[in-house]
Write a protein that binds this ligand. Sequence first.
Ligand code: ZN
Length: 499
Amino acid sequence: MQLTETIRRWKEIQRTLYSYRHAIALLGTDGDTVAPRGGAAERGLTLGTLTNASYNIQTGAEMLALMDELSAHAAELDRQTARELEVVRENYERVNRIPEKEYTDYTILTNEAGDVWHDAKHDNDFARFAPYLEKIVAYKKSFAAYYDDSRPVYDVLLDEYETGLTAAVADSYFDTVKAAVVPLVQAIKDKGAQPDTEFMHAECPVEKQRELSAWLMKVMTVDPRHCVLGETEHPFTSEMNKDDVRITTHYYPRDFISSAFSVIHESGHALYELNGGDEFRGTVLACGTSMGIHESQSRFYENIIGRSREFTAFLLPELQRIFPPFAALSAEQLYRAVNRAEPSLIRIEADELTYSLHIIVRYEIEKALFAGDITVAELPAVWRELYKKYLGVDVPDDTRGVLQDSHWGNGQFGYFPSYSLGSAYGAQMLNSMKKDVDVFACAAKGELAPIVKWLSDHIYCYSKLLKPAEVIMNCCGEPFEPKYYVDYLSNKFSDIYNL
Ligand code: ZN
């Protein structure tokens, strides 16, 4: 086949897969948001049909022939096609090297494990979940070896969520965070005085909160013709394509701050997808490049901008307009309240400062588990020990301890570090952005367009063309450097708590 013909067919097959991805995402999002519960079984069958059809194309003879043909002409490929080939090849190898029977058994196992985890968490019964976890860990070990037995298992797992990430890089990152954040959290504890957050639990009607969400999305320049907000138990972002992104939030009548910052967070994810490069439409590159870079965006808007002194001062009059009971609140009170930092048990409720300590616990456990240094049976005890060591809290039960997250039951080992890395990437991006944009002057006026434009030009427009490390290099002019993050946290929280 002529190379031009190979490339034409290559783009066509990607467009077909992209259409499957669109339909699968739409059905999934529909099921999570507005679809009636009674429709789950049929929807599941349809999803199964579509997933199978897509899988057969991805692993079929034609795909393999196209990849080999393109690889044979590697030197002649343009940058985009070469990167598409790299991404498709990696996805292919990750799945295709696993014997089919093992992969099917694993899929059945993780499906079951999800339900068992749910019940075990509810009943505080780790022993029920442990046998599933043991099997999942064994599968992940052999899958990693099928894919690449020249690297440590945990490196292969990390790399799946954050391309290029190794335990060596993560170790040095988390050591830097630990050294700065653990004493900072202790100093805040010793100080003993916490800002008043009582007002945040005043009753705010959901209707009013919806009004606030719409206002926030407008401030963030999220285009309502291409992004809509739904309501779910846990907030998430689901992208169909760059023309259609769905985000969700959860309204608590007595915790309006929770939804407000969820909307900012998910809008950050949405902006990344909405501003992707047009040239990547219909290809495997038409999405954010990694979990970590995606989290860098959501957390940048949520914490660095949203929880800044400037933005909270801008937010206050709107809050007072929507919720008259806040008339007496000062901007400084609001700023301190939304930045209250305090060790806690639950990761998803953690504040900006202590969040990474929750991730360090999971990271150290995963690393030890895959190195064979600890067993699944020891997880609850190790969890308690590490929460005491890093957060200084006593874990009362496994429901609020080792069973709190769904990730491990889904086989998602190596995923957690990307949450924390995202925050650190964001701080480094801020440092670089400040050279071009008066970031906090924009935040003070609620004019976020220059910030979104900078991020679009330096990050979003590349979609998945660049790998995470290349994104950092491209927008910061230097490799990933954790010191920006710890400096940012130290400055911000030393100021808030007068340390
Ligand atoms: Zn997120």
